[in-house]
Design a protein. Structure first.
Length: 78
């Protein structure tokens, strides 16, 4: 994978965010679009570090259902 792969995933995520519909579904769709991207796929070490911090903040809460992944969502939009 690489930068083009990451760019494609982030463009898809942005499209999900600006589409009509419930914000929770749009956020979930955006996350599902880019979560396969790894830090090595983004351009440069600074962006890789920022991406790691971003992903760690999104995945700080363990899932209550063991069949689901750990996605952090503020209580205000649950």
């Amino acid at each position: 994978m690489g930068q083009e792969y990451a760019r494609e995933k982030f463009v898809t995520a942005m499209s999900s965010l600006v589409s009509p519909g419930d914000i929770r579904k749009r956020l979930e769709g955006a996350y599902m679009s880019f979560h396969p991207v790894q830090a090595k796929d983004v351009k440069g070490p600074e962006m890789a570090t920022q991406y790691k911090v971003f992903m760690s903040r999104l995945t700080t809460v363990k899932a209550s259902n063991p069949q689901q992944g750990p996605i952090c969502m503020p209580r205000s939009i649950r």
